[in-house]
Design a protein around this ligand. Structure first.
Ligand code: ADP
Ligand code: MG
Length: 289
């Protein structure tokens, strides 16, 4: 592409809220075979809410929720906010609370040992789901995130948190398909949850239960399978994947680290910006060819 056509293209994109931070990103994007999206905060709003509560036999869901929300008080995870908002009664300050990346957290609350997180956290700790297994699987198949709670080494409850898919996400994915681009999703969430959301959005390929440090490896896997990768993400955990991808696309409403690691920034956070970026890139390159 000539410097002039790149200038015109990036200028047109900027008017649509799509900022090309590097001129070569415009050319690289046209060569991308697959667009991979982070799930939480990128395809979904990133503000999950509690939609279902189930207690283990002999437990009370409201009390389990109060303990779990207390345990989450120091956490930055969106799930922590969902539990805190839904909990009733007085929350206690957690002691020794520690995040377990990609799994959940542990803390002591009112002298009880709390574990809050995904099934793989319970698997790791050797805690069986017992009577809650069915509810857990139903929640995940519905595309909601199951949040399991263990108290003193025994399963006590499962809660469903649901995050809305962003308006325009489905249309953007359809538009990418129409251009012959494959679409993938990379997430730390449970496989069944991720697959339900992928089916709703028409996503071709899912990499689920990816640990925070595994997103970069997931980009490499996609490259081997499909070719050049554009990765779209918003979070701190997304920075290495944004840097690894042929084109890193950061969400303007996301974290500073993600934006700094990106080649392209979508100012409004709308998923449709990805389609505009791909469109401008193709138009500029075809003009000069
Ligand atoms: P993602 O942002 O894609 O959900 P994370 O790596 O943050 O990925 O978390 C992976 C999974 O671990 C979450 O989907 C959730 O099930 C669980 N998890 C992580 N942190 C917490 C937390 N503070 N409370 C409850 N569950 C958590
Ligand atoms: Mg995210």
């Amino acid at each position: 592409a000539t410097p002039t056509s790149i200038m015109v293209g990036t200028g047109r994109a900027a008017e649509l809220g799509v900022l090309f931070r590097k001129g070569d990103a415009l050319q690289a994007l046209d060569g991308c075979e697959v667009v991979a999206f982070d799930k939480t905060g990128t395809l979904t709003e990133g503000k999950p809410a509690l939609v279902r509560s189930e207690a283990a036999p002999g437990r009370e869901a409201a009390e389990v929720l109060r303990l779990a929300a207390s345990a989450e008080q120091g956490s930055e995870h969106p799930i922590a906010r969902a539990l805190e908002q839904a909990a009733e009664g007085v929350l206690s300050q957690p002691v020794d609370s520690a995040a377990i990346a990609g799994h959940g957290l542990r803390a002591t609350v009112e002298d009880h040992a709390l574990l809050v997180g995904a099934k793989r956290l319970m698997d790791r700790e050797g805690i069986a789901l017992g009577a809650l297994e069915t509810a857990h699987d139903e929640i995940a198949s519905a595309g909601q995130t199951p949040v399991l709670v263990a108290v003193d080494g025994e399963i006590a409850g499962v809660f469903a948190v649901a995050d809305r898919v962003k308006p325009g996400a489905r249309a953007a994915i359809d538009a990418l398909h129409a251009r012959g681009v494959k679409v993938a999703m990379i997430t730390g969430d449970t496989t069944a949850t991720a697959q339900a959301i992928a089916a709703e959005l028409g996503i071709d390929h899912v990499e689920a239960e990816v640990l925070p440090e595994g997103k970069l490896a997931a980009v490499k896997t996609l490259r081997e399978r499909f070719g050049a990768v554009a990765f779209v993400g918003d979070g701190i955990n997304d920075a290495p994947a944004l840097a690894e991808a042929e084109v890193g696309i950061g969400i303007g409403t996301g974290t500073d680290v993600a934006i700094e690691s990106a080649d392209v920034v979508l100012v409004s956070g709308a998923v449709s910006g990805v389609v505009e970026a791909v469109h401008v890139s193709g138009a500029v390159l075809r003009n000069i060819r």
